[in-house]
Design a protein around this ligand. Sequence first.
Ligand code: CU
Length: 456
Amino acid sequence: MTSRRNFLRSSAAGLFGAALVSRAQAASLPEAPLMDSPDMAPPLYPTNGRPYNPVATLNGWTLPWRMKDGWKEFHLVAEPVRRQMAPGMTANLWGYNGQSPGPTIECVEGDKLRIFVTNKLPEHTTIHWHGILLPNGMDGVGGLTQPQIPVGKTFVYEFQMKKSGTFMYHPHADEMVQMAMGMMGFLVVHPRDPKFMRVDRDFVFLLNAYDIDPGSYTPRVNTMLDFNLWSWNSRVFPGIDPFVVRKGDRVRIRFGNLTMTNHPIHMHGHDFEVTCTDGGWVPKSARWPEVTVDVAVGQMRAFEFVADAPGDWAIHCHKSHHVMNAMGHNVPTMIGVDHRGVAEKIMRLVPDYMVMGERGMADMGEMEMPLPDNTLPMMTGAGPFGPLEMGGMFSVVKVREGLARTDYQDPGWYKHPPGTVAHEWAGQAPRAERKAPAPREEVTVNVRKPSGHAGH
Ligand SMILES: [Cu+2]
């Protein structure tokens, strides 16, 4: 068995924790599997090591490993990728093993992990293991705890999992660029006792954000706050997988926020309790019921609920600009302005011109606007009752009776029992009484808007 000391001594950069892989070790690198589909892979049940209930990664997958001398060996390849963010729009991103985000890494409390990281980016990188308690030299902060991983080189990280929980990985090298390009992933450490915090379905996703001009493919990497694509696992509605659950299941949803702003995540139809943060499990006595939980920048939250209400329940960020796609954030408000005819005339001259309707923006949900190539409509998606007028961070929890335990296939739209859908009132219309407006008084108002509210 290779002891840690021997391992480090044999390596060229042995003084540092994260070490450059020597030629002899490189000959025996574990395979680095690739994923080219944006669909959710079925949970990966472990074939060796301690048993656990695997997670389901939205529009993602779990990285297979090999067992070698008591170590679980994984191989991540940092590289440019093409990610379909929703049908009709693809982005040039950076990620791992063919996708952004990278594959989910799953292991068990007590496991010894050896993670090889090969850098196929055009610049150096590192990986920081967010929330993991590990030796300082394995922490992945370029320049501080290790040399950067040069282009074309492979480094190795080794640490033992001291506790179970939900963690993330991302570069700590040219961070602004590399995270704006989509480099991140999840690391789930399952409890040693599979009965501890057991759930029937366990979903994970990362919140990320991009600034990709309509018609273009590559994110602007210098954007600080004003992103225009708000995504879960680098997907936007209607490209985000539904959360398919069986009625009666105990469900956990874990999400980490690697955007530059907070996101109040709201789920309809059930209440839930936050049971885990990136710091660890929340004791029962410290939990309270919620239907919305805010997740700050760099945080992870996991909530749990019993899926006892069949239906299609929306789950989304409650910031209304985060359930919209790229087009039209600079459109002026036109409510109450009669501009009939004007838009049509301008559109004849400028085909991409868009103007907000005088009744609101809902018309845009069904509008057949000519859009630049590789651009998603701002509000889109069709439901069983019409346009959904959504985009960005929006999906649906689909609770169904009688699903198989391992069935994550989209069951289609919920069929409501007769008489349970909001409907038009068929009786006499009520009289609309309105108070007369108060007479206008002559008041001079000096309004000064507060500043510094941009970008949220
Ligand atoms: Cu949000």
